[in-house]
Write a protein that binds this ligand. Structure first.
Ligand code: CTP
Length: 403
């Protein structure tokens, strides 16, 4: 089993998402891991030590100053006798304590004393997640080498508010544990992939830019799906408002030229999936200073210059990946244009989608695509962007030539 003999120290902190930790314990154990639970005082307001103990088949540690527990294992041994410390849910309060190195209860003391890898699954109200203080703490923790899974976008259990803050699902957390412990084996294990996603922003002057409606959802979902199949994925993302996908190395860029540089720097790779809605043109000689309105002069004329075509560059590269996948955003003659694009861009597969305004695909959460390759055209039914990503990742693993 994937996590056979792995010892997970699971710290459960306070929050309604603690109920999902019960399922998480089950899933980790089903993969062969042993789970030793530590609960903060607040978490016991949401789930009981009895339930956590029953599901983990382990003693549940709750007190720093417990004579029995200290004689039995002690907090330093708890911190070290494991392969991974997993904090799920990780509350804003516990993240703050970790960032500052506070140690005033069992959970925070273990985290400070541990020399093991730490994975946290934050869960909190979106306002708390986006608060400046939390952002500072998260940046500090990332710099300290703490691994994050989520939070995800979704509705909050208590308030119905939507936004970033929902804890990752137990399955996603268990997958992240597998990846961190290097035990995940998928059909793409040992393979490298580069994915581009999102729009590009092409500056007009320091405050204005040309952009498009791409949300990055499809590209990000594909990066995550390839990682779930075991690939080592680099995502090069234009400016988006969604979170970096779990288990993926994300590089943030703004302009098409930066995106191309970032992609070329990651070659050679086995797989390239170019999903970004790269601006075809940039403003030639963008102004260094803000362009001012001047009485009587009328609006400025913008001269455009052609941007590099990233897909085409990769498709014809001397270090061309073994499998190159592009997207075709079309509003008419979808198939014919896609077949032409396949040839012109040197791609093995073109995923063609109809982005005419009535389909609401660009920026939306669903997609309807045709898969065009030398083998012909497959018409996939309407499905969520996550499902498209899942199926495309599987198709890529089938089409990819052996190493
Ligand atoms: N693409 C790219 N770099 C560009 C433009 C597009 O890498 N400068 C990639 C996209 O990521 C996508 C594919 O090319 O995978 C198709 O993009 P699309 O805009 O549909 O095609 P174009 O080549 O711009 O053709 P047209 O505007 O004629 O439809």
């Amino acid at each position: 089993m994937e996590l056979s003999d792995k010892r997970i120290l699971l710290i459960i902190s306070g929050g309604i998402a603690a109920y999902k930790s019960l399922d998480l314990i089950r899933r980790l154990r089903a993969r062969g891991a042993s789970v030793r639970p530590v609960m903060t005082a607040a978490s016991q307001e949401f789930v009981t030590p009895l339930a956590v103990g029953a599901l983990s088949a382990s003693h549940v540690y709750t007190e720093l100053f417990s004579r029995e527990d200290e004689q039995d294992v002690g907090h330093i041994r708890l911190a070290r006798e494991c392969d991974l410390v997993l904090v799920a849910p990780a509350s804003a309060d516990l993240l703050a304590k970790m960032a500052y190195g506070l140690a005033n209860d069992l959970a925070s003391t273990i985290l400070l004393a541990s020399d093991r890898p730490v994975l946290v699954a934050p869960a909190m109200n979106p306002k708390m997640w986006s608060a400046a203080a939390t952002a500072r703490n998260v940046a500090t923790l990332r710099a300290d080498g703490v691994h994050f899974i989520g939070p995800m976008r979704g509705e909050m259990a208590e308030s119905g508010e939507a936004g970033l803050g929902r804890m990752a699902e137990p399955l996603e957390i268990a997958d992240a544990v597998g990846r961190l412990l290097g035990s995940a084996k998928g059909p793409l294990s040992g393979r490298t992939a580069i994915v581009t996603s999102g729009p590009t922003h092409e500056p007009i002057d320091p405050v204005r830019y040309i952009a498009n409606r791409s949300s990055g959802r499809q590209g990000h979902a594909i990066a995550a799906a390839l990682a779930r199949l075991g690939a080592d994925v680099t995502l090069v993302s234009g400016p988006v408002s969604i979170a970096d996908p779990p288990g993926v190395h994300t590089i943030h860029v703004e302009r098409a030229e930066e995106m191309l540089r970032a992609v070329e720097a990651r070659l050679p790779a086995d797989i390239a999936v170019m999903v970004a809605a790269v601006a075809d043109w940039r403003v030639a000689g963008a102004a260094d200073q803000k362009i001012k309105k001047r009485q009587g002069e009328g609006p400025p004329a913008l001269e455009l210059a052609e941007n590099p075509d990233i897909l085409r560059t990769v498709g014809h590269h001397r270090q061309r990946p073994k499998l190159v996948v592009g997207f075709a955003a079309e509003t008419q003659d979808l198939e014919e244009n896609a077949v032409q694009k396949l040839r012109r861009k040197g791609a093995d597969v073109i995923v063609a989608n109809d982005v005419s305004p009535e389909t609401a695909i660009m920026g939306g959460s669903r997609n309807r695509v045709n898969i065009v390759s030398a083998a012909g055209i497959q018409d996939w039914p309407d499905m969520s962007k996550d499902e498209v990503a899942e199926r495309l990742a599987t198709l890529i693993s089938e089409l990819l030539p052996d190493a």
